[in-house]
Design a protein around this ligand. Structure first.
Ligand SMILES: [Zn+2]
Length: 424
């Protein structure tokens, strides 16, 4: 494949090239931004009639397609071609396997299929207080707590996160109600604060669990607190109020009642057949073994990439080109196996975004390296064979290079130089 920087001019894009991955990305963005902000970033208007339904919420169809198009082709509001009417919108969505709902003719009872969740006897249930950051972190699927407070003391409601494991169900609370239900996908692992947490940016050591959103729900605090009995460890204090703190265990009986109130349908399983339960007890951020489920690996990759996208936008750190996010991966500068625990936690600096049009592979295999000034140079691998691929980027500044990442790039350069020397 040719690097984009060598291509001549821009091609005219059409709706027929839109892919479903970017519609899914646009839906994620809709949840993150909220309806108004989302629509304002497109040139289409809100429709009260033609919608796509996701997690029980109504998303106007034209703005959704426009945003998906903008994401896929990295273009502005003016980029998407016009959309003539309901029929065209419907046929584009149909090709991408999404249903366009006409609210005037739809049967109200069939509109909202209840979310379902499978439960087995080993499933644990948790309550997370996230009033400050629910909107940001629920969709991203992160639960993070510092390891200790500013005086180095351990805090029980933070330490509870250490006991979460794949398959567990989490109720996410943001005043004044339970606002989401999710499922745990990884074991807790050490990281510094990810995007959306107050301590983000500073190097506070903590534990991270990745989750998958199941459904947005609404269960008012008063009802939820009445449903859950007060006990020593849960979110309800002895006065029947909400306990201060972050992460609390729930007893099964109370949790099942809450799921009912949230409108989530429970599917009971006697034996565990769920793929999530195949995950071994390896922490996701401390080296995944072959035994570990592919679910957790994918989840971690997507998480790292999303963190980088938040920081840098959809730009390859090496060639500097913008690409649809599907063509960008989180490339480890220094691989996890070579990192100290501190380095592994440094998720914002130990990886970068690299494109699949050559940059990711050239870097990983050592055909290019980053020097101490942050400039891209030939790696120690025989560069002659790939010169036609590297010539566009040699001499450019690596966009992810800074004081915190310098040592990781230096390790990468040395590592490939050493392995090359061994061959001679
Ligand atoms: Zn690139």
């Amino acid at each position: 494949m040719r690097p984009k920087c060598c291509m001549n001019g821009q091609m005219e894009r059409t709706w027929s090239e839109l892919d479903s991955h970017n519609v899914a990305k646009a839906i994620e963005l809709w949840h993150e931004l909220g309806n108004e902000e989302f629509i304002s970033r497109t040139r289409f208007k809100e429709s009260k009639r033609y919608v796509v339904i996701d997690q029980g919420q109504l998303i106007s169809s034209k703005p959704l397609l426009a945003m998906a198009f903008q994401l896929q082709f990295s273009c502005s509001k003016d980029g998407p071609p016009s959309l003539t009417g309901g029929d065209q919108t419907r046929s584009i969505l149909k090709r991408l396997r999404y249903d366009l709902i006409d609210l005037r003719t739809a049967d109200q009872n069939q509109l909202f299929e209840p979310a379902t969740i499978s439960i087995d006897p080993s499933t644990k249930f948790w309550w997370a207080n996230q009033t400050a950051n629910f909107d940001t972190v629920f969709q991203e699927g992160t639960l993070w707590a510092p390891r200790s407070d500013s005086r180095g003391r351990q805090v029980d409601h933070w330490r509870n996160l250490d006991s979460a494991s794949p398959g567990d169900v989490v109720f996410h609370y943001g005043t004044p109600e339970i606002r989401g239900v999710s499922r745990v996908e990884t074991m807790p692992g050490s990281t510094y604060a990810p995007h959306g947490y107050a301590e983000s940016g500073t190097k506070t050591a903590g534990n991270l669990v990745l989750t998958k959103p199941i459904s947005r729900v609404q269960v008012h605090r008063d009802l939820a607190l009445r449903t859950l009995a007060s006990d020593k460890y849960g979110p309800v204090n002895t006065l029947g109020g909400l306990r201060n703190g972050y992460f609390f265990p729930l007893n099964t009986e109370g949790a099942l009642a809450l799921l009912g109130q949230a409108g989530v349908k429970i599917v009971t399983e006697t034996a565990s057949t769920d793929v999530l339960h195949d995950i071994t007890s390896e922490p996701a951020f401390e080296g995944l073994s072959d035994k570990s489920s592919i679910v957790a690996v994918r989840r971690e990759q997507r998480f790292l990439r999303d963190q980088q996208l938040k920081r840098r936008g959809n730009v390859c750190s090496l060639c500097g080109e913008s690409f649809p996010t599907a063509f960008l991966v989180a490339a480890h500068i220094k691989p996890r196996w070579a990192c100290t625990e501190d380095e592994r936690m440094d998720i914002h600096h130990v990886s970068m975004l690299a494109c699949l049009f050559g940059c990711d592979a050239l870097f990983e295999l050592g055909y290019i390296a980053i020097n101490d000034d942050g400039k891209i140079e030939h790696g120690s691998q025989g560069f002659q064979q790939v010169e036609h691929k590297t010539k566009c980027i040699i001499g450019l500044t690596c966009l992810a290079f800074n004081d915190q990442s310098r040592e990781y790039y230096s390790w990468h350069r040395q590592h490939h130089a050493n392995s090359q020397n061994k061959l001679h």
